[in-house]
Design a protein around this ligand. Structure first.
Ligand code: ACO
Length: 333
C-alpha cells in the first residue's frame, strides 16, 4: 500500500477539520472540493467569501457545503485576538497588535487550531516555509515531552529492498539548521513517530547518521551524533535506534553486519536521521533526483499538526498533505 493509500484509508476512519488559510488560492480551492466530495476531511477555507467563490467558479470547483471564513469579518476574531494577546504578551505583543494579527489568515488559522476550532492546518502554496512556520512555532508550540519542531521526508524509493519495502523516513530536511545533540535526539524520536503514524511502519529502526561508524572516526561532529544517540536512548529506551553510523552501514545488510555487528538497526534502517539541515536537505534531494524516489514532506513535533506545502505544489500534493495532517491529528486524540 502506498503512503497515499495508507493515509487516505486512515483519514476516513475519523474525519478531521483541517483549515486552509490560503483559501482563495486556486489549487487549494480545488483540493478542498476534492476532499469534501470524497468525505475524507472537513476542509475550512479562509479568505473573503466573494473572492473564494469567484476562484471556485474559475477553476470549476464545487465548494457548496464547504465552510468559508473571512478573518476580517469573523465574529470569533476578537476572542482569537484576546487569546493570542494572552499567549504572546510576554513577548511584547499588545492587544492592538494581536487584533491586527488575527486578520491575517495564517494567524487566524493557527488560532483556530490552537483553540480547537480546527484539528490541523495546511498552508504554504503561497507563503514561504518561514512565514508558514513562525505563527505555528510561536502559538501552537511543541507537543508535551518534545523540545523541537522538525520535519520528515517520506521517501518512496524504486529499490524495494531498502528500508520498509522501499519506504524511508529522512529527518530533518526542512526546519532546524544546526541541531544540538539534544535537539537531534528529539528529532530522531519524532521521526520514529512519523514513521509509525504516517507510513504504518510498526517497528521503526532509526539510524543516527554520520561520516563515522561506531567510533571509526574522531571529530567533534561525530561526538555530537554519539551524544544525540545516548540521549535518544535515555528518552526512548524502547526504540530501536543506533549510531553513529554511515549511510551504507545503515542500509546495506552486509556492510551493517561488518561495521556494526550486533546492531538492531544497521543494515535494516527505515528512519535516517541526518546530523544537520545541510546534510538532510542535500540527502533527500539526491535520493529524489539521482535515485528516482518520490519525496513528500511533513512537519513533526508540534502540539497540533500544521503542515507546509511547496510553492510548486499540485492539487494532488495538497490533498495528500491535508490527509497526512488529518492522520497526525487522529494520533493526537
Ligand atoms: N522548534 C520549536 N520552536 C522553535 C523552533 C523549532 N525548530 N524554531 C524556532 N522556534 C521558536 C522560538 O523558540 C521562538 O519562540 P518564542 O517566540 O516563543 O520565543 C519562535 O519559534 C520564533 O523563533 P525565531 O528564532 O524568531 O524564528 P526564526 O525566524 O528563526 O524562524 C524557522 C524559525 C523559520 C524554522 C528557521 O529556523 C528557518 O528558517 N529554518 C529553515 C527553513 C528553511 O529555509 N528550510 C529549507 C527550505 S525548505 C525545503 O527545501 C523543502
Amino acid at each position: 500500500m502506498s503512503i497515499f493509500e495508507h493515509v487516505k484509508a486512515k483519514a476516513r476512519e475519523c474525519v478531521k477539520r483541517i483549515v486552509l488559510p490560503e483559501g482563495d488560492e486556486p489549487r487549494t480551492v480545488q483540493a478542498a472540493a476534492k476532499l469534501a466530495q470524497e468525505k475524507l476531511v472537513i476542509p475550512i477555507l479562509l479568505g473573503g467569501p466573494e473572492r473564494i467563490q469567484s476562484v471556485a467558479k474559475e477553476v470549476g470547483a464545487d465548494i457548496s457545503g464547504i465552510e468559508c471564513i473571512d478573518p476580517k469579518a469573523s465574529p470569533k476574531a476578537s476572542a482569537y485576538a484576546e487569546a493570542l494577546y494572552e499567549l504572546r504578551k510576554a513577548k511584547g505583543v499588545t492587544l492592538e497588535a494581536a487584533t491586527q494579527l488575527v486578520q491575517d489568515p495564517m494567524y487566524y488559522g493557527v488560532m483556530m487550531v490552537k483553540l480547537g476550532d480546527a484539528d490541523g492546518l495546511v498552508s504554504g502554496a503561497v507563503h514561504s516555509t518561514g512565514d508558514m512556520l513562525r505563527p505555528a512555532l510561536q502559538l501552537i508550540k511543541t507537543k508535551p515531552g518534545n523540545k523541537v519542531v522538525s520535519s520528515s521526508f517520506l521517501m518512496d524509493c524504486p529499490n524495494k529492498n531498502l528500508g520498509h519495502n522501499g519506504l524511508l523516513v529522512y529527518s530533518d530536511c526542512v526546519v532546524v539548521p544546526c541541531p544540538t545533540a539534544e535537539e537531534l535526539a528529539y528529532i530522531a524520536i519524532s521521526a520514529a513517530e512519523t514513521a509509525r503514524v504516517l507510513c504504518g511502519i510498526e517497528e521503526p529502526k532509526v539510524a543516527m547518521l554520520s561520516f563515522s561508524t561506531k567510533g571509526s572516526a574522531k571529530h567533534e561532529l561525530v561526538s555530537k551524533v554519539q551524544e544525540a544517540t545516548r540521549l535518544a536512548h535515555e528518552l526512548a529506551p524502547e526504540l530501536a535506534l543506533d549510531g553513529e553510523m554511515q549511510l551504507d552501514a545503515a542500509l546495506v545488510p552486509e556492510v551493517g553486519a561488518s561495521k556494526a555487528p550486533g546492531s538492531p538497526v544497521a543494515g535494516h534502517a527505515n528512519v535516517l536521521v541526518f546530523p544537520d539541515l545541510q546534510a538532510g536537505n542535500i540527502g533527500y534531494k539526491m535520493t529524489q533526483r539521482i535515485g528516482g524516489a518520490t519525496a513528500f514532506a511533513v512537519l513533526q513535533g508540534l502540539a497540533k499538526p500544521c503542515n507546509d506545502l511547496s510553492r510548486g505544489c499540485s492539487v494532488d500534493d495538497i490533498v495528500a498533505t491535508v490527509l497526512c495532517t488529518a492522520v497526525q491529528a487522529q494520533a493526537r486524540d
